[in-house]
Design a protein around this ligand. Sequence first.
Ligand code: NAD
Ligand code: MG
Length: 432
Amino acid sequence: MRNLPCLHLRIRRLPLPDPSTMQGRISVLRIPSMLVILPSLQMNRSKKILAVFGSTGSIGRNTLEVARRHPDHFSVRYLTGNSNAELLIEQIRAVRPAAVAVSDPVARNTVRDAVGDLTTVLNGANALDEIAGRDDYDTMVSGLVGFAGLLPTTTAIRAGKSIALANKETLVVAGEIITALAREHNVRILPIDSEHSAIQQCILGEHDADISRIILTASGGPFRGYTAEQLRGVTPAQALKHPNWSMGNKITIDSATMMNKGLEVIEAHWLFGVDPDAIDVVVHPQSIIHSMVEFSDGSVKAQLGIPDMKIPIHYALTWPDRIASDYERMDIARIGTLTFEQPDPETFPCLRLAYDVLRTGGSAAASLNAANEIAVDAFLHGLLPFPGIAEIIEECINQLPQHRLSSIDDVLDADRDARNWTKNRIAKTASQ
Ligand code: NAD
Ligand code: MG
């Protein structure tokens, strides 16, 4: 359909009276004095079977809600969680998955005791990988947070699954390897991140050579406009209050430091093959424009919507089609004003650090990511002041030798070294 824009414009899609007997719609092509009924591409499409990794997290919960609202299109076969046994039990009762992986051993026992008769609760450290490699699902929703997402996502790509990717850290630490692997296995990685979903939609129907610039929008987080002096005193509770989005703790702190936008610059580079110099960031506090693309003729396309992760998740799961939804709609007149500012990389150095490691290449981005995960955790536990997050990451990437990454094992090594270095550095600071 995407190759036939003129035809597409003339097609009206009408719902069938009985969706249980025929999923999807018929297409009615109106040509003057003629009415042709075409079989739709969607007509006999069966349900997409999902494996939701990180189902107890913010992305996971939103994904289950998308699936729950569209039972004709999605069926959830696998769930995974870590320590939130209570929520996982609730999800298992509602979804009835074939199997679940629970990483935390205490939570695993609780889940098994409560709902072991309803599903298989897989044992052991390899449970995530075991599910990722199974052959009876279509799409992995990669919703784990942090480096933990890398191995299961890699396994799913090797198994030829479609990847709906929220776990940006996978592309940050191993972008070159992961994109090569996806090409080798003919796997499409569809971004869930709202900015990248926006870019994906803006470039539909365009030639790669015509893309001249990607403009990622950033909310600016809770500390937009703060001075370096003001940032010294901010607490985890303040940093966890994101103005627009409700997300997991790690990404919320990343948004406050602007590291999230830095990780997204790297993610955009690997997803869309655009040079770091052609990726800009603009602060847009309302989070209504999710990102923009500038083309060679000076035209700029933007994608807009309310800040609701169900929409980009839905798009990643339904691409290349659009399936109707009843999510809240945007009322642009009520929003009234959209504003834009330059980011402030002096006060928020994480954004600059992300550009630096992207230009350096090799293991530098894996070091940045590992140092960031450790530093964010230390900040949340009161072991590091807020500006200490960027300081320690910068020190880590300057101190550690950087290598070329030729395999996932190389990435694991780089991650481990940077984690150890950062933990030791924080422990030393704390004991001074
Ligand atoms: P979250 O903290 O809410 O959820 C993380 C999930 O991963 C949970 O199910 C948790 O149990 C699981 N998990 C955490 N550590 C684990 C481990 N070591 N082993 C196994 N499972 C583990 O995080 P989130 O906000 O849903 O974010 C998930 C990913 O999506 C992140 O990479 C984030 O950057 C990205 N993302 C999130 C949003 C959002 O709106 N939340 C938007 C864009 C991108
Ligand atoms: Mg984002």
